[in-house]
Design a protein around this ligand. Structure first.
Ligand code: NAP
Length: 450
């Protein structure tokens, strides 16, 4: 496959580079989408006439703000807050908040850009956005996290609303943070506006199966891919990177389908447990005690070993699920996976595979699921949460998880059919980008120049 852009797109990409200097992750995400859109240059001339691609690459609104807060010791700390409202052609901006020291404008823009097409793929009426802060919740007390969240929301609330912009969680933002953020929004606005944030606690407006949704959805997507070839998860060996929300529930679903998950990681290293990860122990370490993978190994004893050098992708497996962070799997590591006979790689995280890694996997005939399709189950279930909030209803777990499964199979089928239609059969990257983009572009054409 060619690695160059269609000649009519190259000048637009050059403009993106010039207008957004020093934003490598954003450039990477834009290039990947533009690369897939080549067939549209001839087949949809109206998009060029309406400058759709140029407009899609320019966020509708970008908000950057100061977040001052006070530590338990009385020290004033300053962080930077971001919200990039990327595209609202299909509905209110929707996308998570990330609290991690690495957060900067480039990372939020790449995430927001990807979110636009991911949300389109879900078939739900949601636009795309993303936000966060360079605040690091690790090692902070609950009170410090609460004060930070309150300060963050004291600025952000004016930009939000159930018909305007609806954030959720992401790295470093889970149920605890969503609770503090929602509480402050409610206090400032004097409105119990459930639909303004998703990922809420189930007893106060959250959806059942939202916690599980991204991990479960990633495995459902991979299951559908294997199904096309008459294969499944049963007895397959799986490696999952990360050990946060997405990773834990990817493990749970993979195990439920008969797979053996033998390795997981966090930013301090990875743990290998050849007998299969004990999920109850892992949840206790990660969800209750906010511990490290080494604590998992301490808890299960000698059957597990912790490795703090090298890469989790050195561990031989049939199925690899990168569920930690962007660019965590490069071309060399992809080569190692291929050498060890990997059959499928499905992205649970956003853009965890570098472009080089994706090339290596595709050239070797490994089934590859891009994150904007395979991890869309989280945001799809967030839209189900909004639906329940709007109707003052609360569905049971089976109903919600069943809807999630249907949505993931639908996204899979849409990607496959679109790839086929545009001459790249079996290419889920091309299928996901084209299907996601066309829906957004058609809505933008319909709404005129705004
Ligand atoms: P999370 O609960 O905060 O967990 C993140 C996990 O990844 C942690 O185990 C973390 O380890 C690890 N990690 C983060 N940065 C790392 C790095 N630089 N090197 C190695 N490990 C690293 O976050 P999450 O919600 O699971 O999100 C994981 C990924 O899925 C992200 O790319 C996110 O954008 C994507 N995603 C999430 C959702 C969702 O619903 N949550 C939906 C779609 C996509 P430490 O604890 O050591 O930092």
């Amino acid at each position: 496959m060619s690695t160059t852009l269609h000649p009519s797109f190259q000048p637009m990409f050059d403009i993106v580079l010039a207008r957004n200097p020093g934003e490598p992750e954003f450039h990477q995400a834009v290039y990947e989408v533009m690369h897939s859109l080549a067939p549209l240059a001839e087949e949809r001339p109206e998009y060029a006439q309406w400058s759709i691609l140029q407009r899609v690459c320019e966020p509708e609104r970008q908000i950057i703000f100061r977040v001052p807060w006070v530590t338990d010791a009385g020290q004033v700390e300053i962080n930077r807050g971001f919200r990039v409202e990327f595209n609202s052609a299909l509905g209110p901006y929707k996308g998570g908040l990330r609290f991690h020291p690495s957060v900067n404008l480039s990372i939020i823009k790449f995430l927001g850009f990807e979110q636009v097409f991911k949300n389109s793929l879900t078939g739900m009426p949601i636009g795309g956005g993303k936000g966060g802060s360079d605040f690091d919740p690790k090692g902070r007390s609950d009170n410090e996290v609460m004060r930070f969240c309150q300060s963050f929301m004291t600025e952000l609330y004016r930009h939000l609303g159930e018909y305007t912009d609806v954030p959720a969680g992401d790295i470093g933002v889970g149920a605890r943070e969503i609770g503090y953020l929602f509480g402050q929004y409610k206090r400032i606005t004097n409105r119990y506006e459930s639909g303004v944030l998703t990922g809420k606690g189930v007893s106060w407006g959250g959806s059942r199966a939202r916690t599980e949704a991204t991990g479960y959805g990633t495995v459902h997507f991979a299951e559908a891919m294997l199904g096309v070839h008459g294969e499944d998860f049963d007895d397959r060996t799986v490696v999952v990177s990360g050990s946060g929300n997405v990773a834990i529930y990817a493990v749970e679903k993979a195990q439920a389908l008969g797979a053996k998950v033998i390795a997981m990681s966090d930013s301090s290293g990875y743990v290998v447990d050849e007998t299969g990860i004990d999920l109850e122990v892992l949840k206790d370490v990660k969800e209750i005690h906010r511990g490290r993978v080494a604590d998992y190994a301490d808890a299960v004893g000698p059957r597990a070993r912790v490795i703090t050098s090298g890469s989790i992708w050195d561990v031989p497996c049939d199925i690899a699920l990168p569920c930690a962070t962007q660019n965590e799997l490069d071309d060399t590591q992809a080569g190692t996976l291929v050498g060890n006979g990997v059959r499928l790689v499905a992205e649970g995280a956003n853009m965890p595979c570098t472009p080089g890694a994706v090339s290596v996997l595709r050239d070797a005939g490994v089934l590859f699921a891009p994150g904007k399709a395979s991890n869309a189950g989280g945001v799809a279930t967030s839209a189900l949460e909004m639906q329940q909030n709007a109707s003052r209803d609360a569905w049971d777990f089976e109903t919600t998880a069943g809807r999630l499964q249907e949505i993931m199979y639908d996204i899979h089928d849409t990607c496959l059919a679109t790839a086929e239609e545009f001459g790249s059969p079996g290419d889920y990257v091309v299928g996901a980008n084209l299907a996601g983009y066309i829906k957004v572009a058609d809505a933008m054409v319909a709404m005129g120049v705004i």
